[in-house]
Design a protein around this ligand. Sequence first.
Ligand SMILES: Nc1ncnc2c1ncn2[C@@H]1O[C@H](COP(=O)(O)OP(=O)(O)OP(=O)(O)O)[C@@H](O)[C@H]1O
Ligand SMILES: [Mg+2]
Length: 137
Amino acid sequence: MPDVTTNTPAETEEIGRRLGERLRPGDVVLLTGELGAGKTTLVRGVAQGIGSKAPVASPTFQLVRVYPGRVQLAHVDLYRIENSAELRDLGLEELVQQGAVVVEWGERLAVDSAALIEIDHLGGDRRLIRTKRDLSH
Ligand SMILES: Nc1ncnc2c1ncn2[C@@H]1O[C@H](COP(=O)(O)OP(=O)(O)OP(=O)(O)O)[C@@H](O)[C@H]1O
Ligand SMILES: [Mg+2]
């Protein structure tokens, strides 16, 4: 996906929706970007893109939420992850076997071959969404 600047949350959601439409089981997408960058907003679009109508909230206190769709989407948020035991308990491998996985604060995870998307504040409501590594398909 080419780098893009968005000017509204809806535009970021739209980028997420297009990404969601491309997702296949086994895909892992790591999202990076500071607090309030728009990671959850993007995932809201990803959920639409897999065909889920469920509202996407921040899974801050759950670490992971699963949305059924054309492919299952696991939405992971590592902001509050504290240790490697918690990471193990997440059952990431199983989630990857069951569907696609999108991870906020993805830099806390080392996954070879994962797609990597960085969101940067450009001031106001402008955000730069950069694909550092795209999906392999
Ligand atoms: N172009 C834009 N794209 C995305 N969000 C935007 C944009 N402009 C303004 N916003 C606002 O920025 C905030 C982004 O919040 P969001 O929860 O998506 O960020 P986040 O990266 O998930 O933060 P956190 O690290 O706390 O999880 C929302 O309040 C949203 O309305
Ligand atoms: Mg978030």
